[in-house]
Design a protein. Sequence first.
Length: 503
Amino acid sequence: MADTKREIERKYESDDSGLPDLTGVAGVRAVIDKGVANLDAVYYDTADERLAKASMTLRRRTGGSDAGWHLKVPVAPGVRDEIREPLSDTVPRTLAGLVRSRVREAELLPVVRLRSDRDVRHLVDADGTLLAEVSVDAVHAERLADGGGTAQWTEIEVELADDGDPAFLDKVEKRLRKAGVRPSSSASKLARALAETAPKKPKKRKAPQVIGEPQTAGDHVLAYVREQRDAILELDPAVRQDAYDSVHRMRVATRRLRSTLRSYGKVLDRTVTDPVGEELKWLAGELGVDRDREVMTERLTAVLAELPRALVSGPIRTRMRTWANARRGGSRRRLIGVLDSKRYLALLDTLDALVAEPPVLPDAAGTPEKVIGKAVRKDFEKVSALVEEAIGAPPGADRDLALHEARKKAKRTRYAAEAASPALGAPARGLAKSMKSLTSLLGEHQDSVMVRETLRELSAVAHAAGESSFTYGVLYGREEQRAAAVEAALPGMWEEIGTGVPV
């Protein structure tokens, strides 16, 4: 299994190309010379440098204490996760999978070779605890294609020790700046190598391009579409690694994007976007297999923990654990298969094309207040009708279904209001907040419906095995009470929401 390390580091450059004295940095008791390491790394990317454009790096490195394959994924400015695999002749399958959403069907090729002589120092405190590693890297870069350009430079790198306080890097930077050292103009060695070894091309005169804040309705809608497309791409590696909440976040981004395409059909041509929406619906459904398992497992664990011991009969905890683990294994394997499928990769290509050449309609040039505001009001009216219908329905399956439909439309209205918020301000933000509260309440009801279905399933299995089904019935009754409490609270919440003025 791949090993992941969180890197928090900063890069600097100096005209003197040397390391100033760091013994004066607050908290540093000693600067220990760890010698010079000779590093040799080959970086892989597609011919059109898709990984570099996404600020990701994939390399095969020898030399030093961590030889092997390394994939670096951005987390925040100055923070990256480095995922490591042992040395091999070809790109490890795990790392190839983690970059598939960026690479798609393109081939990974060696693009740059970096050889570095790394002079390492350790900054330690009075107890000898490592605070940070500082290195002076003399780098020789060679482009492995496009004419084979070369470049050389020296840089200083400061990497925080594991579990260190990021504020310590500020102290080191203060000392470096005082000595005339400045932050590097490049985010990484690879970025600098690609820039400095690129083949010289004749300069073409380009028309000036002014990029500013969104102005038209189309500008605002497309900005939100791009944001959700980017979220899907950025979350793909996390989902593959089973990172906490990543499936849920990716599913939400997928739903947000689909809802936006539907809500703003006067801005983007739905004859083009509806097929995209169907593919997004498919992806959200596949992500939901794993997410629904997470929700049910958490809910079942919580409701059982609330139950007095006297009401727990039979091996119900073991039965629930077996159910959760069996569903988890199957859904995880299925989800990875989905993310590796041609259908998913084709959807990503389609989203890129949609963003690059959006199918805008004449209303896209209209004012946000008129075009976007009208779309949000239309969605709100649909929610209003569905909530009133649900409130008026008799308790039972019909009401459950009506509440579920109202929840789905409330989500759509929330996402439409989120997209509208930069343009319409406080009214849109207020509506988004109200719809979030409504969907949370109705989500509690839907979770209860799903838990009751699961309890019926588990009870039947337990009964067939000769186990007591008493506790399943107790939990079922409690879930009925939870649903009834939601239904009782809904009219008051809706009355309060209804007194507000939609955007």
